[in-house]
Design a protein around this ligand. Sequence first.
Ligand SMILES: [Zn+2]
Length: 85
Amino acid sequence: MKTCPTKKKMYLSEALAEDALIEARTAYEYPKGTGPIAVYQCDECGYYHLTSKGPINEKLSKYMADGKLNLQKEANRWLDKLKKR
Ligand SMILES: [Zn+2]
């Protein structure tokens, strides 16, 4: 796989990019209005990247609306605590 001129991380499919997007939003605490919110197919490389611009990804928005994201965050916090012991 060649690298993209945008130097962004490449994902082979939209689904993989969406998974990464949700994972990123669960793993990090982004200040309001920052961080990746959507995925898009790149004109340069033909693969998918995450972006902080544009309308929010439908899957992520559902995830947040369901409150799953917060649950996952809580779970990650606990896992971190357990790891640090
Ligand atoms: Zn690209």
